[in-house]
Design a protein around this ligand. Structure first.
Ligand code: COA
Length: 196
């Protein structure tokens, strides 16, 4: 799908060929890749180009991926969905120079609002490797609850790693449990969105 969302502080837009070098720079960082399940390390420009080549506009809504594009700074990371065995899964990463500014909380919130708006999904799944406290903090803030533990292959580590499994229901998301999220329901203005 070819969707662009505007959040209060940046744009979520489709990945483009010109992102390749920055994707490779930011993912070729063990502090990023080692927190993700499906990213090899080292990560090469050819990996970024291959991934970009797989991002066909005809992909279903459940496979949508957004590039985070900051005004004046450009590409910073990704947030996206893919289908898992139980339902849609959300995943995300940010280049290390951009950490700690609230960017991913805003990006994930906007993506979740969009996804619940354009699909009938009742539940979105996610989770974190057991040591990823920052990512778990984001998910908890947005209403995800822990459903258990599993192990998941981390390509960058070449090992199975303990994973905290989480999920977010539509009803719980709409309760917007954290008053800090003042921009809540107006977070994303869909510029080219398709309604269900
Ligand atoms: C995890 C990641 C997405 C966070 O992005 P970010 O934009 O820095 O996150 P935000 O600033 O929006 O929010 C981070 C939250 O975690 C909290 N946090 C940060 N480090 C923490 C820690 N060690 N323990 C507990 N909470 C922590 C922050 O205080 C913040 O919460 P707050 O807004 O309530 O204060 C980013 O560091 C990243 O991409 N890491 C590598 C890839 C990755 O881990 N992806 C997620 C895989 S599940």
């Amino acid at each position: 799908m070819n969707i662009t969302l505007r959040t209060p502080n940046f744009t979520l837009r489709p990945a483009q060929v010109g992102d390749a070098e920055l994707i490779a720079r930011y993912l070729n960082d063990f502090a990023v890749a080692g927190n993700l399940a499906r990213v090899p390390f080292p990560y090469h420009l050819s990996d970024a180009k291959a991934w970009l080549g797989s991002r066909k506009p005809s992909l279903p809504v459940e496979e949508t991926n957004f590039s985070i594009d900051l005004p004046g700074e450009g590409f910073a990371g990704h947030v996206g969905f893919h289908m898992g065995p139980q339902g849609p899964i959300i995943g995300y990463w940010l280049g290390q120079p951009f950490w700690g500014r609230g960017i991913m909380t805003e990006a994930v919130l906007a993506s979740l609002e969009w996804f619940f708006d354009v699909t009938d999904a009742d539940t979105i799944y996610s989770g974190v490797f057991h040591f990823n406290h920052a990512s778990l903090a984001i998910q908890t803030k947005l209403g995800f609850t822990q459903t258990g533990r599993s192990t998941l292959l981390c390509l960058a580590r070449g090992a199975e790693v303990e994973h905290i499994d989480t999920k977010l229901t539509r009803a719980r998301f709409q309760q917007n449990p954290d008053p800090v999220l003042q921009f809540g329901n107006a977070a994303a203005e869909s510029l080219e969105g398709q309604k269900k």
